[in-house]
Design a binder for this molecule. Structure first.
Ligand code: TEU
Ligand code: CA
Length: 535
């Protein structure tokens, strides 16, 4: 596995450091805790890990507010703990991708502390400052993702600063060449330390329109009630053309480190074309993802719609698909608790690289939390209209003890362990050869061993050619073609399909046993597929 393009078709396991494993008994996960559990991750057969932020931070957004890009928050450990983690991962055959939150910093970053002093200091233009309108109101109508205006007034400078997220997450001004260079230097620091790549937070948010043009209103049907940012199209606060050239500079840096990789997170109103543009030609990002599948509920038409729209943008692209992460409802809940394996099976059929989120291999459902237990500012600020992100961030379930083995039983974990997670804990599933965990290992082994699945082309089958609720793709690589079908209907009725009618010019075919899926009934050259199954 020392290929330079190992990332193409790879499976990446996302670890949320606060919630993976607490090694020092303070109820918060940490780097030594992660290192101690990497064997579990390696046993799944994944290629890499992605670590959510562990950098120095006041934790207003749980590390997505960085106060020092080159150090570790004491809560998580030290730089030596990062080195030990990277060494252990490499010894286990796992690459290490770390989160980089370049678009904004914490307001406690030294850069912002300096920038806010006056209008003339050396970092005065490192953030996005603007004068109030004559009546004292913010310079334009932009809204923040976590509630309220995207502008906060600073009494010392008598100006507003831009923050697309929390007030304590000021946006850096990427139009400034020194900011561009400073962030490239930070990336180099981590490449020198030995990491294999980066997951870039909101990689399409780096640049804003310097004219500060007002955003247009959102079409009514797309407004999410209670989420103020969804009331307007994010047209001028993010997603500016200058970003393309900057991503090429990032790529040139990465190319100095053979085998390194990048995956960009693309948020906003119309992310699919951006994902295509950023990965096309393999000169900017290696991979990118959007929330389109993360928000899916496992409906055949919905899946086809997203993938077809992306496919139209060209095949010279490389997506990284995921169904769960630290921002969205866990897939075992959004798809249904009885469909956790089905969800991962469908995911494994797709062209692109994949992300798996900690606990997804166990089928953990979204945790239910009382308002008093919430910690996520997004969930707290917009409660009760918007369901926050704490439900997918509760501690990993390692065993069936009170705190799921995440921390000792007499310690209070930073978020409570959901009682429904304990019976699904790793130790429980290890003891059961028919567990979801066992199936997921088989499934990932099957995907890993298949050149067609990892690297092959993909042709989507139009819903009109398939029975209702069936999702299908044809993957191909060289002479080999693989027809992947899933019956995503929730009713009782099985469907019959003739593969010969779907794949042109085949002379013969055989069906592949999928872990945990009933063998399809075959009659002549037709297959019968039960609801909730895949072939
Ligand atoms: O997420 C970007 C983003 O768009 C989400 O915050 C989204 O708006 C929200 O989760 C509602 O679904 C990234 C990180 O993944 C997230 O954890 C950070 O809070 C955010 O950026 C700010 O850094
Ligand atoms: Ca700890």
């Amino acid at each position: 596995n020392d290929r330079i393009d190992w990332w193409r078709g790879a499976v990446i396991y996302q670890i949320y450091p606060r919630s993976f494993m607490d090694a020092n008994g303070d109820g918060i996960g940490d780097l030594p805790g992660i290192t101690s559990q990497l064997e579990h991750v390696a046993s799944l057969g994944v290629d890499a890990i992605w670590l959510s932020p562990f950098f120095t931070s006041p934790m207003d957004d749980f590390g997505y507010d960085v106060a020092d890009y080159r150090d570790v928050d004491p809560m998580f450990g030290t730089l030596d703990d990062v080195r030990a983690l990277v060494d252990r991962a490499h010894a286990l055959g796992l690459r290490v991708i770390i989160d980089q939150v370049l678009s904004h910093s914490s307001d406690r970053h030294a850069w912002f502390q300096e920038s806010r002093q006056d209008l003339t200091n050396p970092k005065a233009d490192w953030y996005v400052w603007a004068d109030p309108r004559p009546d004292g109101t913010p310079p334009n109508n932009w809204m923040a993702a976590f509630g309220g205006r995207a502008w906060t007034f600073d009494a010392r400078r008598r100006q507003y600063y831009l923050h697309n997220f929390l007030e304590s997450q000021p946006d850096l001004n990427f139009h400034h060449p020194d900011v561009q260079q400073a962030q490239l230097d930070n990336l180099r620091f981590w490449l020198e330390l030995g990491v294999d790549g980066f997951r870039f937070d909101v990689v399409n948010y780096y640049f804003h329109d310097r004219e500060l043009t007002d955003n247009p209103p959102m079409p009514c049907e797309r407004i999410q009630p209670g989420n103020p940012q969804s009331y307007q199209l994010q047209r001028h606060n993010i997603e500016q053309p200058e970003n393309l050239a900057y991503l090429e500079r990032i790529r040139a840096l990465l190319d100095e480190y053979p085998g390194s990789t990048t995956v960009g997170e693309i948020a906003g109103n119309d992310p699919l074309p951006t994902m295509a543009a950023y990965t096309q030609g393999d000169i900017r990002l290696h991979m990118a993802y959007t929330f389109d599948l993360l928000d899916s509920t496992g409906d055949a038409r919905e899946l086809h719609g997203v993938l077809a729209r992306f496919a139209e943008l060209g095949d010279d692209t490389w997506p990284c698909w995921a169904l769960s992460n630290h921002d969205v409802v866990r897939s075992a809940t959004s798809w249904g608790e009885d469909r956790a394996l089905l969800a991962l099976t469908v995911l494994c059929a797709l062209r692109g690289s994949l992300c798996l989120y900690q606990g997804e291999e166990l089928g953990l459902p979204e945790a239910e939390l009382a308002f008093e237990d919430l910690r996520d500012p997004f969930g707290i600020n917009l409660w009760p209209e918007v369901k926050g992100r704490d439900g997918c961030r509760t501690p990993m379930a390692w065993d069936a003890t009170a705190n799921g083995g995440f921390c000792a039983e007499d310690v209070t974990p930073w978020l409570p362990v959901d009682a429904r997670h304990r019976p699904l804990a790793v130790a429980r599933q290890e003891a059961d050869p028919d567990s979801l965990l066992a199936r997921v290992r088989e499934l990932l082994r099957l995907r890993g061993a298949s050149e067609v699945l990892r690297q092959g082309d993909q042709q989507l089958i139009a819903p009109s050619e398939l029975p209702k609720d069936v999702f299908g793709v044809i993957r191909s690589h060289g002479e080999r073609r693989l027809l992947c079908l899933a019956h995503l209907g929730r009713g009782e009725a099985p469907v019959t399909i003739a593969p010969d009618a779907l794949v042109d010019g085949i002379e013969g075919w055989s069906s592949l046993a999928l872990p945990g899926m009933p063998a399809p009934a075959m009659e002549g050259r037709a297959l019968t597929l039960a609801p909730g199954s895949a072939i």
